[in-house]
Design a protein around this ligand. Structure first.
Ligand code: FE
Length: 203
């Protein structure tokens, strides 16, 4: 196994142990099959190395391990086929560390690194899986249908319930996040029509 994967796994495990929200979401998997697979390169791996986003000190090792694994990662192309896919994937990228087909095979959860460049709005989307986002570096505004947007930085997390539309907006900073899935994990995300009217009224 490439030591960059092992280092990233160790960093993810350390973050899990240190973060009550992650521990409450799911246990960190213990039985992990090593299945490195072929990389699918993405120019964002270079962007991630050049501009990974600022951290607070506990998150620096995780950020640097994620950035180091970028060039050997299998970057996903979830939205490439959609009308905004090319534009989206210029700004937004994601690769898996833990999961059925990930470098470390796990059955009951999935774990992804998600990176988004500054000044981009990843539109509302939804999926059956329950999801927990933890910000590793930089910051972003997290939108969840029915709730006021929240601006989160390193070490802060947000939970997205099954099927509820959510979106992500970066401003002057990029954001690097660690994302966990549980529940029904086979169905890919799809764009949501729009947020309900609740989103429009600030509270
Ligand atoms: Fe999501």
């Amino acid at each position: 196994m490439d030591p960059r994967w092992t280092a990233l796994l160790d960093a993810a495990r350390a973050a899990h142990e240190a973060t009550p929200e992650l521990r409450a979401f799911c246990p960190f998997p213990t039985e992990l099959r090593e299945q490195p697979g072929d990389p699918r390169p993405d120019p964002l791996s270079v962007t991630l190395q050049e501009a990974p986003g600022a951290t607070t000190s506990p998150w620096q090792g995780f950020r640097d391990a994620a950035s180091a694994a970028g060039p050997i990662a299998r970057w996903r192309d979830t939205y490439r086929h959609t009308a905004i896919g090319e534009e989206l994937h210029r700004h937004f990228g994601c690769f898996e560390l833990l999961g059925q087909d990930a470098p470390f095979g796990a059955k009951d959860m999935r774990g992804f690194l998600v990176y988004q460049r500054p000044g981009y709005h990843y539109p509302p989307h939804h999926h059956p899986a329950e999801e927990l986002y933890l910000v590793i570096a930089g910051e972003a505004e997290f939108h969840l249908d029915g709730h006021a947007p929240r601006r989160l930085g390193p070490g802060e997390s947000v939970f997205h319930p099954s099927g509820v539309p959510h979106a992500l907006t970066t401003h002057e900073s990029p954001v690097l996040t660690w994302v966990l899935w549980r529940g029904e994990m086979e169905t890919r995300p799809v764009f949501s029509p729009a947020f309900s009217d609740q989103q429009a009224s600030p509270r």
